[in-house]
Design a protein around this ligand. Sequence first.
Ligand code: MLT
Length: 243
Amino acid sequence: MNTPILLVHGFPLCREAWRAQIDALAATCRVVAPDLRGFGENPAKAEGVLTMDRFAGDLHALLKGLETGPAVVAGHSMGGYVALAFARLFPSMLKGLVLVATRAGPDTPEAAAGRRATAEKVRAEGTRIVVDAMASMMLAPGRTDPRVRGLMEGATKEGVIGALLGMAERADSAPMLGKISVPTLVVTGSADAIIPPAESEAMARAIPGAALEVIPGAGHLVAFEEPEAFNRVLEGWLALRGF
Ligand code: MLT
């Protein structure tokens, strides 16, 4: 009980994407759900390339500062890339891993070039183009929720550009999956239009003993979109693993 759990949001979101989990877990866990630099209300400077390792370093410093001890680290999408970087860099601070609507592999050269081109556009035109594009794809096809844009409102130009460049150069985490030795839960929505559920299935197969849960009908923002189903899965897994 009172296991520390670190919730890491995706791009270009903020901690409020985890609101339903923050509220549900508060009774049994010590929940740490920060905004990454450049996003939400995080006041830290976000200049330069925001690599996944840099985000992971920020989170490690945060846990150290809060004296949480080792934590379950849950990451959504880009937050999952960060969670895998955290697992590689700070294994002694990792108690468990929850990988939500994410993937282990790096960008293809084409995808990386696309991100760099988008970063240039954001530099010239602002974050709106990214918010517009992402907002329309976050939920299952055909679903809309005006709150989704609100989750992106705090994203700064520097944060969006830095994270795009950081994701474009992120490392391939696939080779480390077989070495993950902490309990791991992989969750995806069956209707994720941004990261295909097959990526989650592949990760779960590659991580020893990992559990896989697919939430039917949910899109990319699965924890926000289907909070009850998602929380049932997460809380059930946490209890089963004794966290
Ligand atoms: C996210 O939701 O964090 C992003 O879609 C991840 C990505 O663009 O690879």
